[in-house]
Ligand binder design. Structure first.
Ligand SMILES: [Zn+2]
Length: 289
């Protein structure tokens, strides 16, 4: 199957009422990439390979990573989106598009509102000119490097009427609202504001993206999908599961320095992915493309 855009994925997801996990590859780890693609194939589900620009540059090289990911996606039997996660600079988005990403997230949520609108609209104009999908954030999900807000403080949550205005003015394809989740691990169980989510969907009519989904009970994510969530970002869980499995393998095999060490981490990813793909409703949906 070819690489598809997130817009193509969302069109089917909106029609059939499912969501797709947006799995992070921890800076461009090929073991993560392989686990995402193989599990999606096994479940006959569409897939998203998601990575942030800074993380890619930290571990690897964005252009090399994009080439490796595109080659792997070409050999995959299900439709796959190559998505740039949280980017804060126009230049990073432009480069990712040049390298072949078919979807980008521009995160202007730390900017004053009017500035977020202006910067996001600029990204949309550039991306849409070459048929690339754009996601943006309004309100503050928080929990990323440099964020200080607490998920308990509702003043950081997305206002539905402002969301309507934001979507109209920017022309984005998908919105990441702040509805009670945060990035990273939770100290106490997160509480999704479902009523707010329902109002945001009603006001904007665009696919919604749930960020900070690690640790949110699957039943709550499922309810969110019924209210219009179409992509569920999973980063912390994929990273921690991989590292924990590698630790356990190394404890059990202290003298093994082979590729089996990394392979042990990759094998652990499949289990939770299967459960999420089933719960999110996207198993078997590759047939719809
Ligand atoms: Zn995020």
């Amino acid at each position: 199957m070819p690489l598809i855009t997130m817009k193509q994925l969302y069109d089917v997801a909106e029609r059939r009422g499912f969501a797709v996990p947006g799995y992070d590859t921890a800076g461009g780890q090929l073991g993560h990439l392989d686990a995402i693609l193989r599990t999606a194939e096994e479940m006959n589900a569409p897939a998203i390979v998601s990575e942030g620009y800074k993380a890619m540059r930290f571990y690897f090289d964005p252009e090399c990573y994009a080439e490796a990911a595109k080659a792997a996606i070409r050999k995959t039997k299900v439709p796959v989106v190559l998505h740039l996660d949280h980017s804060f600079e126009f230049d990073h988005v432009a480069r990712a598009i040049q390298y072949g990403f078919t979807s980008v997230m521009f995160d202007g949520s730390r900017l004053p509102y009017e500035e977020n609108v202006r910067a996001t609209r600029e990204v949309v104009q550039m991306a849409h000119a070459v048929d690339v999908t754009v996601e943006a954030e309004l309100g503050k999900v928080g929990g990323l490097e440099g964020d200080t807000n607490s998920q308990a403080d509702e003043s950081f949550y997305t206002d539905p009427e402002l969301a309507r205005d934001f979507v109209e003015k920017t022309g984005i394809d998908a919105l990441a609202p702040a509805v009670g989740t945060a990035h990273g691990f939770y100290k106490e169980e997160p509480r999704l504001d479902f009523e707010r989510l329902r109002k945001i969907k009603e006001a904007t009519r665009v696919p919604l993206v749930l960020h900070g989904a690690t640790g949110v009970p699957l039943a709550d994510v499922k309810k969110g999908i019924e209210l219009g969530i179409r992509k569920v970002n999973i980063a912390t869980q994929i990273r921690s599961t991989f590292v924990k499995a590698v630790h356990a393998y190394m404890d059990a095999h202290p003298e093994d320095y082979s590729e089996r060490v990394i392979k042990s981490g990759r094998a652990a990813l499949r289990e939770f992915m299967v459960e999420q793909i089933q719960t999110f409703g996207c198993a078997g949906m590759a047939a719809e493309f």
